[in-house]
Design a protein around this ligand. Structure first.
Ligand SMILES: Cc1cc2nc3c(=O)[nH]c(=O)nc-3n(C[C@H](O)[C@H](O)[C@H](O)COP(=O)(O)O)c2cc1C
Length: 193
C-alpha cells in the first residue's frame, strides 16, 4: 500500500501509523516494540520514494527507544502521540462499553501526557517531530513548539468544531503578537527545564 501511495503525484509524503490501539489483543501495536518498529519502518522505507513520517504510540514503556529505532530504520520524521489506551465500563451491564474492551483516549485530557512524550522524544532524535494530543487552541500549539515540535497535528477538536484549524491558526498569530514572538524558531525547543 505504501508503494502504491508513494507513486501517486498528489501524495507529498506518507505517514505510517504503527500505533493504532483499536484492535483486539489489548490494543497491542508495532510501536510498542523496538524490534517490530525497526523491521516495519525498514521494509516500508525500501519501497517509498517520498518522505516517510512514522506515527508512534504513547502506550509503551520506551517511547524514546522506539523513536530512535524508527529514526535509525530510515524515518524522515516522527509523529506522536496516537491515543492512550483507556477503559470505559457499563456498571449496569457489568460490561466494557467498547467492543474491544480497551479504546483510545484523546482530546484535551491527554495534553500534558502527550506534551511530556513529545518533549522526551524531541531531545533524543535528530529528525523533525510532529506533536499532537489535545491541541484545541493556538496557545496549545505554541506549547508543543516550545518543547521542540517542528509541526503539529490536530485531531479530536475537529469533531466538535470542524473549523478549528482555521481558528487555531488565527490564535497562533495573536499569541505570537502578545508574547512578542516574530518567528516560531525563537521558541522551538527552548523549554528551560
Ligand atoms: C475517532 C478517532 C479516530 C482516529 N483514527 C486514527 C487513524 O485512523 N490513524 C491514526 O494515525 N490516528 C488516528 N487517531 C488518533 C489521532 O490522529 C491523534 O493521534 C490522537 O487522537 C491525539 O490527538 P488529538 O487529541 O488532537 O485527537 C484517531 C483518533 C480518534 C479520536
Amino acid at each position: 500500500m505504501a508503494e502504491i501511495f508513494s507513486a501517486m503525484a498528489e501524495v507529498a509524503m506518507l505517514e505510517l501509523n504503527i500505533s493504532c490501539p483499536n484492535v483486539k489483543k489489548g490494543g497491542a501495536c508495532p510501536a510498542q516494540d523496538v524490534g517490530h518498529t525497526s523491521r516495519l519502518v525498514r521494509r516500508v522505507k525500501k519501497v517509498v520514494g517520498k518522505p516517510l513520517i512514522v506515527k508512534l504510540s504513547p502506550n509503551t514503556a520506551d517511547i524514546v527507544g522506539v523513536a530512535r529505532a524508527a529514526e535509525e530504520a530510515g524515518a524522515d520524521a516522527i509523529s506522536l502521540v496516537n491515543t492512550f489506551l483507556g477503559l470505559a465500563v457499563d456498571l449496569e451491564k457489568r460490561k466494557p462499553v467498547f467492543a474491544n474492551t480497551l479504546a483510545g483516549l484523546s482530546g484535551p485530557a491527554i495534553k500534558p501526557l502527550a506534551l511530556k512524550l513529545v518533549w522526551e522524544v524531541c531531545r533524543q532524535v535528530r529528525i523533525p517531530v510532529i506533536g499532537m494530543g489535545g491541541i484545541s487552541s493556538g496557545r496549545d500549539v505554541l506549547d508543543y513548539i516550545l518543547v521542540g515540535a517542528a509541526a503539529v497535528q490536530i485531531g479530536t477538536v475537529n469533531f466538535c468544531e470542524p473549523g478549528a484549524a482555521v481558528r487555531i491558526i488565527g490564535e497562533i498569530e495573536i499569541e505570537m503578537d502578545k508574547l512578542q514572538i516574530k518567528n516560531l524558531s525563537e521558541i522551538r525547543g527552548k523549554l528551560q527545564a
